[in-house]
Ligand binder design. Structure first.
Ligand code: SF4
Ligand code: SF4
Length: 197
């Protein structure tokens, strides 16, 4: 096999051209930055910067933010502790403990329902897996906090925190576990106050 010998390209030893090229590229970047800065300063161009938290971000209706647990019409938690959400969760961050319900017509309920939100990847699989519309991901996206905050969301927090206005009732009919909600039905039965999606 023929061996092809190539010559190493000569190093550019002219330091003047190296520095000039470097400064020229910085100048191009600064010109772009200053152009945008001045156009926005003198209102020639709209700024995309939000002054959060005074100016909240506007996300789409299908945004998947902080979870909440829905309630039945009688105010009881809708979850039946079937563990489907915990099984579907790829981050293994849902912890449920099932208990026998005092009402014989209800098989069981979650005596403990917790989500370790620091492990959650907000994939929505729990919402998809739930057969009774008991868990949803709502529009809340503000979850920043300091060390020592409670990052494990409890059943009460998930169903009754103040932003939920006392709790969110499910859009699904009480006796229908797997309804095919078309648009018209959804409009008639929608009493969801939070996270309409
Ligand atoms: S959104 Fe995904 S990761 Fe988070 S609790 Fe639900 S299934 Fe688990
Ligand atoms: S939230 Fe839904 S899927 Fe999860 S345990 Fe409760 S009823 Fe089952």
């Amino acid at each position: 096999m023929a061996v092809v010998r190539v010559k190493r390209p000569p190093a550019d030893r002219n330091i003047f051209f190296q520095v000039a090229g470097y400064v020229a590229e910085i100048g191009k970047g600064m010109r772009l930055t200053m152009g945008i800065f001045l156009r926005q300063l003198f209102k020639r161009e709209a700024s995309n910067t939000l002054e959060w938290p005074e100016q909240p971000a506007d996300y789409g209706e299908r945004f998947k933010g902080k979870h909440f647990l829905t309630l039945r019409d009688d105010g009881e938690i809708r979850c039946t502790a079937c563990f489907l959400c915990a099984t579907a969760c790829p981050a293994d961050c849902i912890h449920i403990e099932a208990a026998e319900h005092p009402d014989g017509s209800i098989e069981k309920y979650p005596s403990r329902f917790e989500i370790d939100i620091l492990r959650c990847v907000f994939c929505g699989m729990c919402e998809e897996a739930c057969p009774v519309d008991a868990i949803r991901l709502g529009p809340e996206y503000t979850m920043a906090g300091a060390a020592g905050e409670k990052w494990v969301y409890t059943k009460d927090y998930l169903s009754q925190r103040s932003v939920l206005e006392g709790g969110v009732t499910s859009v699904k009919d009480e006796n229908t576990k797997h309804p095919d909600l078309d648009r018209e039905d959804a409009a008639q039965t929608s009493h969801l106050k939070h996270g309409v999606h």
